[in-house]
Design a protein around this ligand. Sequence first.
Ligand code: FPP
Length: 261
Amino acid sequence: MLRKITALFNRKRMADENMLLQTIDRNNIPNHIAIIMDGNGRWAKRRGMPRSLGHRAGVESLRNIVKLSSEIGVRYLTCYAFSTENWKRPRDEVSYLMDLLVEYLEKEVEELHKNNVRVNAIGCLEELPQKAQDALSKAFRKTENNPGLTLNLALNYGGRREITDAVKKIASMVDQGQIKCEEINDDLINQSLYTFGMPDPELLIRPSGDCRISNFLLWQLAYTEFWLSDVMWPDFQRLHLLQAIISYQQRERRFGGLIKK
Ligand code: FPP
């Protein structure tokens, strides 16, 4: 009986997904989507499971969303996997997350490479455990020439830290006489951020019901469209990404100006 219900449920989900796939405007896919992968802990707690299993289930969602993003032509997908504040969590949880990162990279890199995905990361990577740095370097090297989606993992990432680092870089350029103070502008700041060379995200997705930025891409999200959902990240499916993109496609982006009618 349960198997029958699951099969019916899956069939309905596939039908909904196909319908949305036909609805999205392929000429207006966001170039850059950012995701705060939130809700793993609550997802697990509701099921009477340890938080670690919520994170593990979150990896499945990440796999599905990377695959779909790559299929529909998203250029950059930035996923918040570990913030500069997450070190405050119990040591066991931090250690589990780092191991999960290594496991994810080791297991997935072949598949990512096959799908032309380039693996990249933003954040203070040099402060990550050595095994995580090694797994990242390996994945970067293997996929560096791939022309498809760039999967940008935000690891030990903090928006304030990124801006502070950029300010330090620019201050030292001024200090050394390479530029004058008056020459500091948006472009130079963009070039000094971890996301140098990437367009700002057009769409930010935050599942799990919270409505905050949580120190994510503070500069880059200035005019990004937000899509918020109560779905916990481990329950986030392809269907939800398609819904978010369709919602984005229906919005009028004015960037503080007016639309000429
Ligand atoms: C926030 O949910 C999630 C994190 C701090 C970790 C995100 C990590 C994953 C999705 C695992 C996959 C990533 C890689 C690259 C291995 P939370 O734990 O704060 O959830 P809660 O708000 O319900 O407690």
